[in-house]
Design a protein around this ligand. Structure first.
Ligand code: LLP
Length: 429
């Protein structure tokens, strides 16, 4: 399905007087100040996306738990906290980030198939709002640890509804073949088991069927399926307060027809039909993806004389800064920061300096490029900086948050000293 609009129509980046800007801030000014590569985010765009979701669910008692994994920068967490969000975490590290911005532990839900004993204990002591439990073994471990610590664990069981999210196979989670959650039958057995345990407080049901879902139908199917289980549990005398349908709300990167969030919200309201139940969602990408760009500079152009050969634009960002194209064959728009150029328009593969042929940010893009030009890779606010690595001993790029005509560096560039420290501390070099 395609809708044919330009990525600029749904992105935080816009041209103003021939210069690509985030809000009122020209990207060239940010490059002058912090260098390249750099991730740049728009505060107002993040805020507007949050409002869109809130409005879509205006008729439904709900709580938005921002999925920290999408972009865990403290400034972004602080912003969502100020807007009233809770958080969805998958590690003790992410919980520490939430606590570092003064997030209320009660607003935190803890998902993930591999919570360690240390992580469970940390979360119990912090007093988090809910564990989304993904297996019988995990439930037993949480029971034992809660008892040992004299705490009550709030629990939802993650159900795998066996619904096809119709997304990239690496980010689909709701099929039987995926490692996530338990079947409805197993969930029922686990609820009955947990209901007997004094250290467990059963508060809800959880599911999450995948990411970058652009059709409402699978999401609504999963909701209906989970509601059936909720009603069955009620017949067993187990009353739950919330239903968590995870995240996964798709966005536009290129010309996809994205999920119509308002229509989805209206359908959710209809399905819930005035039940006395809180809806929880765990959005990540929807809130952050199109809020940011990766700003990079062209180092070298390798144009070919042979028409059948490729032209390469080697930029200073690489797969260690943005893994999505290499890992999921993801498409990200690439735009020049300055619109006018004397250079000839050619078809370029935009590649990084890393020693792998899989190190590319975009392929076959018609652009007028000259060496030292700045270009922006769009839609990198979700799963951009968080997937960065130090491969080839490259320092991680800084993150910048723009607010109107001002910007703030919200994570500084990683230095070589930052990288060497952990090893120099250990070894007799
Ligand atoms: N809740 C759970 C339990 C999840 O596993 C995820 C994402 C989310 C919420 C948030 O999903 P979102 O609303 O952001 O779609 N690295 C991949 C995406 C991996 C998603 C993993 N789980 C990418 O770059 O496309």
């Amino acid at each position: 399905m395609t809708s044919g609009t330009s990525p600029l129509e749904f992105n935080a980046a816009k041209y103003s007087q021939g210069e690509l800007c985030i809000e009122q801030m020209p990207l060239s000014k940010i490059a002058d100040s912090v260098g390249t590569p750099a991730y740049v985010y728009s505060k107002s765009y993040l805020t507007e996306q949050y409002q869109l979701l809130t409005n879509a669910l205006a008729q439904t008692p709900h709580r938005i738990h921002y999925s920290v994994k999408a972009n865990s920068n403290l400034a972004i967490l602080a912003l969502f906290k100020s807007l009233g969000a809770g958080f969805d975490i998958v590690s003790a590290g992410e919980l520490s980030r939430v606590l570092a911005v003064g997030g209320d532990p009660e607003s935190v839900i803890f998902s993930g198939v591999g919570k360690s004993t240390e992580e469970i204990n940390f979360a119990l002591k912090a007093g988090i709002g809910c564990f989304n439990v993904e297996s019988r073994s995990e439930l037993l471990r949480i029971m034992a640890q809660a008892e040992l610590l004299g705490r009550i664990a709030n629990v939802a069981i993650r159900v795998n509804p066996n619904v096809d999210a119709k997304t990239h196979p690496y980010i689909a989670t709701g099929l039987k073949e995926n490692k996530f959650g338990v079947t409805k039958d197993e969930a029922l057995a686990l609820y009955l088991l947990a209901a007997e345990h004094p250290a467990i407080n059963l508060t809800g049901i959880d599911c999450h069927i995948g990411s970058q879902i652009n059709e409402a139908e699978p999401l609504l199917q999963a909701l209906t399926s989970v509601l059936e289980l909720r009603d069955a549990l009620e017949r067993h005398g187990i009353e739950l307060e919330h239903i968590d349908i995870g995240g996964g709300f798709g966005v536009r990167y290129q010309d996809e027809s994205p999920l119509d969030i308002e229509a989805w919200g209206a359908s959710v309201g209809q399905i819930l039909g005035g039940r006395d139940l809180q809806l929880r969602i765990e959005p990540g990408r929807f809130l952050t993806a199109n809020a940011g760009v990766l700003l990079t500079r062209v180092e070298y152009l390798k144009a070919s004389d042979e028409p059948e050969n490729k032209n390469f634009a080697v930029v200073d960002a690489a797969m260690n800064d943005l893994l999505r194209p290499s890992l999921y064959q993801a498409w990200h728009e690439v735009l020049p920061v300055r619109q006018s150029s004397d250079a000839q328009t050619l078809e370029w593969d935009i590649v990084g300096p890393i020693c792998e042929s899989g190190d590319f940010l975009a392929k076959q893009r018609s652009l007028a490029l000259a060496e030292e030009d700045l270009v922006a890779v769009l839609s990198i606010g979700a799963y951009g900086a968080v997937l960065a690595s130090n491969y080839n001993t490259r320092g991680r790029a800084p993150e910048v948050l723009v607010d109107g005509s001002e910007f703030k560096v919200v994570r500084r560039r990683e230095t070589i000293q930052d990288q060497l420290r952990l090893e120099l501390e250990q070894a007799d070099h």
